[in-house]
Design a protein. Structure first.
Length: 261
């Protein structure tokens, strides 16, 4: 367990996870139509990649040496009845065979299927602990993006940790994010959500979230849907691993992009 966690969380205690699992319920998401191509230039800057077994098998070179966080929950789609109705879609045996460093699963606190997704997490933890595999719980909100506020996120993160998650992925919120972190005894990484208009907004929230105790990000669309994804990930890496300020990260972004536009 310790060894696997050390593959994901770097020696400085921080982490930059690159998720490309979106297709498991969104289909061919914009700029993730060919995931292998999307991640090729980004891989050197990521500490781990998060994805499903199907994309791992068909789009990622098996000689890739980046740690894998295997998304094992699923069974819903954006056009289906209820995004919260997820089950466990990949076995722990398969995770071991694919040499995953961790597995991830969504919980939907406050949804119709809250109970089922929480028990999915508990059962997955039971099984994974036998093999020393960390479980990263994803506090998912489905289409209800307005749920991303401190009271709700603190509740969901704490429940995930109580049920045995070793890492929790949640959203950042401007007000009270420190309360989310304080109430969660395991490391928190932040997702980005739908792409926002300005890169500075991303640098600012990642920086602020880290000041308030998050260990890093599990951030996808705001990197690979950007016109300059490599510049984005380089700048984010500087915030996470080199304590760069948002301004310094932006300078780096401009430099990496190669023009002031
Ligand atoms: C949802 O599709 C997945 O759990 C993503 O891994 C997560 O939302 C992070 O990606 P993004 O930063 O694009 O929201």
């Amino acid at each position: 367990m310790k060894n696997r966690l050390a593959q994901l969380i770097q020696r400085d205690g921080r982490a930059l996870f690159l998720p490309i699992d979106h297709g498991y319920f969104q289909g061919p998401t914009r700029r993730l139509e060919r995931p292998g191509e999307t991640i090729k230039p980004l891989l050197p800057y990521a500490d781990a990649i998060m994805l499903t077994r199907g994309i791992l098998r068909s789009c990622v070179d098996p000689e890739n040496t980046k740690p894998i966080i295997l998304r094992v929950s699923g069974g819903t789609s954006v056009v289906g009845e209820d995004l919260s109705h997820e089950g466990i879609a990949t076995s722990v045996k398969e995770a071991i065979r694919l040499n995953a460093s961790a597995v991830s699963l969504s919980i939907f606190v406050g949804s119709k299927y809250e109970h089922d997704t929480l028990l999915n997490l508990a059962r997955l933890v039971d099984e994974c602990e036998d093999y020393g595999i960390p479980v990263m719980a994803v506090t998912a909100v489905g289409k209800e993006l307005e749920k991303r506020e401190a009271r709700y996120l603190a509740l969901a993160c704490r429940i995930a940790a109580e049920l045995g998650a070793r890492v929790v992925k949640t959203y950042y919120c401007k007000e009270g994010f420190e309360k989310v972190v304080e109430g969660c005894p395991v490391p928190i990484v932040m997702a980005g959500g739908p792409k926002v208009d300005s890169e500075m907004e991303v640098f600012e929230f990642v920086h602020d979230g880290i000041q308030k105790g998050a260990i890093g990000v599990n951030l996808g669309r705001n990197i690979w849907q950007h016109d300059h994804p490599v510049a984005m990930i380089k700048a984010l890496r500087a915030i996470i691993h080199e304590n760069a300020t948002p301004k310094e990260a932006h300078e780096l972004f401009i430099e990496a992009r190669g023009s002031r536009k």
